[in-house]
Design a protein around this ligand. Sequence first.
Ligand code: CA
Length: 224
Amino acid sequence: MRILIVEDERDMAQVLKAGLEEENHLVSLAFDGVSGLEVARACDFDVIVLDVMLPKLDGFEVARRLRAKGNRTPILMLTARDTVPDVVKGLDLGADDYLTKPFSFAVLLARLRAASRRQDGQPTSLLRVADLVLNRATMQVFRGRREINLTATEFRLLEFLMRRPGVVVSRNAIVEAVWGFDDEVNDNTVDAFIRLVRRKIDDPDEEKLIRTVRGIGYALRANQ
Ligand code: CA
């Protein structure tokens, strides 16, 4: 995922960035509300992590202005003030979810996954790599004119790869994205599911899209 973190506590922002990058996310940082708003408007993100207490413009106002301009990027608010009125205010202004500080990194990851899943429900959800098309709204997958039936897990795995075409993703990142933290899933499970998806996506076709990157993981990309 492409994630924007707007957080004025620089140490914390850097720690979050490093942790998320380790999970193969692309992370941008902004340290106050004004620059956060600018970056959010200038680039496309899958989710915005937005602190409430920010210099220049607070998180509530950043959320309000983004939504007023039609920006639909999911917003996860970080609040140190664990009071219901604040949380309600944030949600009313367009935030999708909130997290009370201090929080564990695992919980943050789970909330980010949930936020991006909610966004996936939106109608503009066609992913395309070469002649492979995945429709997140209808849960259909086509390779050329051939419709491919995938299980829910296979679908999530393929979607995860298709959302980052050409990017090499680690088995760990795949486990995290497809199964989440709580499941007892290991590298062999990932390999097994990749084989299943390959059989359906690639085996009948000349052009193979799913690549094995030895020692690292997998990537999905077209030949050209
Ligand atoms: Ca703050």
